[in-house]
Write a protein that binds this ligand. Structure first.
Ligand code: HEC
Ligand code: HEC
Ligand code: HEC
Ligand code: HEC
Ligand code: HEC
Ligand code: HEC
Length: 264
């Protein structure tokens, strides 16, 4: 037994070493995009029409909004696409209470225009200096993480530090429950499998945010690889853009997990 655990330790050390050398090696091999600073991570510049109409492009910040709303509010209830500039937003839609205007109506959040001020430049803020809120004030007290916005958003919601609204509709759809977790086995020796937990994702997301566009529901329907992730497909559809980035290897490839747990 003792002998066995000695070899187990040795193996774990080896796995750990190989992943960290793979990490420094691969981070050159796999062309990692440079990470923006914490207070720019997850920002989207929206400019399908603004520049053409003589307005500054819009800067949308995920970190100011996700503290108060789950992803599904915007990406399911309000039909914002999960690709920059894939949504066609017109100012008249906002005024009619769609898209940003579902909240920016003077009740839930500031409106484009009030009687005494025009708030256009709060949203049309690209290139404005000093228009950005201070991240350490807004995200004060949230559990820290090295990457992304510097916040462990999973813990923040699990530990009840934040209570983001999960719906802004009068009659919200009933949420489907599903908590199957699995380990996605690496097709490369010595790489610990990547874990995928439905239970960490569902507090934020709806089934339709991932199925069927990003992932097949069929068993082994998806052929994962880091190369594809880095191109923004599969896990990279969110991880690297809004959720913690791919540089955070150990959060997916769990340290010490061996390949013994087969995929499903
Ligand atoms: C308050 C609304 C709102 C919330 C909440 C929100 N998003 Fe977004 N998201 C947007 C908007 C607006 C865009 C830009 C869409 C466009 O340009 O067509 C966007 C874009 C994205 C993109 C594409 C980014 C890029 O650079 O291509 C991803 C990925 C994304 N969101 C994921 C998420 C995830 C994950 C969450 C939850 C943690 C989330 N969003 C929460 C409004 C929101
Ligand atoms: C689900 C509700 C919701 C939606 C949808 C939403 N917002 Fe907000 N937004 C808020 C709330 C709440 C605040 C903070 C309260 C306030 O400032 O009035 C806020 C604050 C802001 C701020 C000031 C803080 C910052 O990030 O600089 C900007 C700018 C902003 N929103 C832009 C947008 C844009 C652009 C869109 C659409 C692409 C959008 N919001 C969609 C709820 C929303
Ligand atoms: C809550 C955020 C928000 C506020 C406030 C806001 N806008 Fe916009 N606006 C947007 C978004 C998002 C778009 C789409 C950006 C794009 O793709 O170019 C947009 C697009 C536009 C466009 C181009 C599309 C079109 O409808 O022709 C104009 C013009 C415009 N806004 C004018 C204004 C004016 C004027 C104000 C102030 C009275 C204002 N906006 C306030 C979010 C906002
Ligand atoms: C968001 C989760 C996630 C993060 C973060 C992540 N990976 Fe992966 N990785 C995966 C998935 C999913 C696969 C495909 C299934 C599998 O091999 O486990 C994978 C596969 C791999 C493979 C196998 C070969 C291949 O291309 O499929 C290697 C090597 C790898 N990752 C290295 C890394 C390194 C090094 C890092 C950190 C720089 C990292 N990964 C960060 C999810 C992630
Ligand atoms: C963040 C993305 C994401 C969300 C949200 C999500 N899933 Fe999944 N789901 C996955 C991934 C990744 C797989 C594995 C796909 C593969 O192996 O090809 C999967 C697999 C499945 C499977 C196949 C399980 C098996 O044993 O083969 C079912 C069923 C499923 N999901 C149902 C759901 C339901 C129901 C919801 C909503 C309550 C949901 N999923 C939400 C990412 C997601
Ligand atoms: C549609 C968006 C989306 C996709 C696609 C997605 N994730 Fe996530 N993931 C999230 C969000 C949101 C969180 C919450 C943490 C954050 O935003 O940083 C999260 C958190 C996680 C966590 C942290 C779990 C914890 O308990 O701390 C892991 C691990 C993870 N994802 C792995 C994966 C893997 C592996 C894939 C691909 C098979 C994947 N994710 C695909 C949005 C996504």
């Amino acid at each position: 037994m003792k002998k066995y655990s000695f070899f187990l330790c040795l193996l774990l050390v080896f796995v750990a070493m190989s992943l960290s050398s793979v990490r420094s090696g691969l981070s050159q091999y796999f062309d990692f995009p440079p990470l923006p600073s914490k207070d720019k991570y997850g920002d989207v510049v929206m400019d399908n029409y603004s520049t053409k109409k003589g307005m500054k492009p819009v800067v949308f910040r995920h970190w100011t909004h996700r503290k108060s709303y789950t992803c599904r509010v915007c990406h399911s209830e309000l039909y914002f696409m999960m690709y920059a500039n894939a949504t066609q937003v017109r100012e008249r839609d906002n005024k009619r209470g769609r898209f940003c205007g579902a909240c920016h109506n003077g009740k839930e959040a500031f409106a484009p225009e009030t009687n005494d001020t025009k708030n256009c430049d709060k949203c049309h803020s690209y290139g404005n200096k000093g228009s950005q809120p201070d991240i350490s004030t807004v995200l004060k007290g949230l559990p820290p993480n090295q990457y992304g916005n510097g916040v462990d958003w999973v813990k923040a919601i699990k530990n009840g530090v934040i209570h983001p609204k999960d719906s802004i509709l009068d009659n919200p759809k009933e949420r489907v429950r599903f908590d199957k977790d699995f380990y996605l086995r690496a097709e490369m020796a010595m790489i610990p499998p990547a874990k995928f937990l439905h239970s960490s994702h569902l507090p934020w997301l709806d089934c339709e945010n991932c199925h069927p566009d990003i992932f097949d529901i069929k068993k082994k329907g998806t052929h994962f690889s880091m190369g594809e992730n880095l191109k923004g497909r599969f896990c990279g559809g969110c991880h690297g853009k809004v959720s913690f980035p791919l540089q955070d290897c150990w959060r997916c490839h769990e340290r010490g997990k061996r390949r013994r747990r087969r995929r499903r």
